[in-house]
Design a protein around this ligand. Structure first.
Ligand code: AMP
Ligand code: GLY
Length: 433
């Protein structure tokens, strides 16, 4: 069997490595992939060229395509592949709107009573500014569309909120994403990421995880794509998991079906556990990065079998089993990220550490790897306890060197503190929507 995976980051590497465990898969193509993906054959085509991707898949008799990043999903790559008769994993364009339009997602939650921050939507800057005159602070301002995870601004007072409206709607800092915006209530509480498999009817949450979005230790500095993750997330107790299933996961899958946009693929729930219960902060129409780097190493079932069941609408009959161990991933980044950074530094990785690495922003030349992006690679470990997984991941990270390398030293600290207070968390299982 031949599989094509679209994308080039650490998340895609985690997907590829998991798929490569299936002996029936002879070839995995990564488009465009990166030079660290030894399990894959790289295809130097942009992930946004739908026509070329469909042609490549047909010419090379690809049996199945996994579309992982948000942009190609929002651009209808799954629709085009499906029209060409190529089975694939991922939502179609209409279902992907759950991530690509925050206005759509918020209105969906309002219509179906799914708990989320109270909000108003605006397509006119003057109207948004008028609304702020009577609003309370802090307040959260979000550009409607995809903005590389950067289109969310938290304003502590009226002045900062006015600046945020100008930045999003008038200066168009996030481009066309700022044509419309959402202004919403500021929520407080620990954040939990729950990726789930859904075929549009059944939803199977994967093991929960926790991202660390800020660049600096102690959650300081700028927002990044994610500097590290742990799984499971200790704030996701069995009680919280049961509430999420009833109040959020099943209602969302049902709502998408009722709207004529059945969601098939990986639906990512970004949750905040507030004192009033779990609420949705955001939906993503795809695997999270770097959540996937801790979630898939804990998956004991065959990933391809589960993905194919999603495509074929047979998820209810398919076993999806996760280990009850813990995983941690630490991202090594280029100095300066998420701002400007240099590229092209040689990466030195001991041979015994390489199997614990998911490569992201790297390039291969003459058998050597060089830095080629902000987030360069993730080092992960799986162990019986979170403490051991973190120690192992950090010990391995310390043995990798490249110029201007930096990483957070406190990944998992908050989770460890919570575990000390509350004990282990858990609670996954499949349910019909
Ligand atoms: P998003 O891209 O929507 O996930 O937002 C990025 C980050 O902003 C989230 O991970 C939260 O930390 C924060 N955030 C988003 N919405 C809210 C909210 N309503 N209240 C508090 N923090 C928020
Ligand atoms: N790590 C957050 C995301 O993938 O959106």
């Amino acid at each position: 069997m031949k599989i094509l995976v679209i994308g080039s980051g650490g998340r895609e590497h985690a997907v590829i490595r998991k798929l490569s465990e299936n002996p029936e898969i002879e070839t995995i193509y990564a488009l465009p992939g990166n030079g660290g993906m030894k399990e894959a054959v790289l295809v130097p085509v942009s992930a946004m060229e739908n026509d070329r991707i469909v042609c490549f898949a047909l010419e090379n008799e690809v049996d199945y395509v996994v579309v992982t990043p948000d942009d190609p999903l929002a651009a209808g790559l799954v629709d085009d592949l499906t029209d060409a008769g190529i089975p694939c994993f991922g939502p179609d364009r209409k279902a992907a709107e759950i991530e690509s339009s925050k206005v759509f997602a918020k209105n969906l939650m309002k219509k179906y009573g799914i708990p989320t921050a109270a909000f108003e939507t605006f397509d006119d800057a003057e109207e948004a500014l008028r609304y702020l005159e009577t609003a309370s602070f802090p307040i959260v301002l979000k550009a409607d569309g995809l903005a590389l995870g950067k289109g969310v601004l938290i304003a502590m007072d009226h002045e900062e909120a006015v600046d945020a409206v100008r930045t999003i709607m008038q200066d168009r800092k996030f481009g066309e994403s700022g044509k419309r915006m959402v202004i919403e209530e500021f929520l407080e509480g620990p954040e939990v990421s729950v990726l789930s498999f859904t075929d549009g009817k059944t939803v199977v949450p994967m093991v929960s995880s926790m991202d660390h979005k800020k660049a600096g230790d102690g959650d300081t500095g700028l927002n990044t794509g994610g500097m590290g993750t742990i799984a499971p997330n200790p704030f996701y107790t069995e009680e919280v998991a049961a509430r999420c299933m009833e109040e959020i996961f099943l209602p969302t899958v049902r709502a998408m079906r009722e709207e004529g946009r059945p969601f098939k693929g990986c639906l990512y729930f970004g949750l905040m556990i507030t004192k009033d219960g779990p609420k949705v902060i955001e939906y993503n129409c795809r695997f999270g990065d770097p959540e996937t780097e801790v979630v898939l190493p804990l998956l004991e079932s065959d990933l391809f079998t589960v993905m194919k069941a999603v495509t074929d609408g047979r998820l209810s009959e398919t076993e999806v089993r996760f280990s009850d161990r813990s995983a941690a991933c630490v991202m090594l980044a280029s100095g300066g990220y998420p701002g400007a950074y240099e590229k092209g530094f040689e990466i030195d990785i001991p041979e015994d550490v390489e199997p614990s690495v998911f490569f992201a922003g790297v390039k291969e030349k003459d058998g050597k790897l060089y830095t080629n992006g902000g987030r360069v690679l993730g080092v992960y470990a799986v162990a019986d306890t979170l403490r051991d997984a973190l120690s192992e991941a950090y010990a391995k990270a310390a043995r990798i060197t490249f110029e201007k390398c930096f990483f957070r030293k406190d990944i998992g600290k908050r989770a460890l503190e919570a575990l000390e207070r509350t004990g282990e968390a858990g609670g996954e299982g499949a349910s019909e929507a």
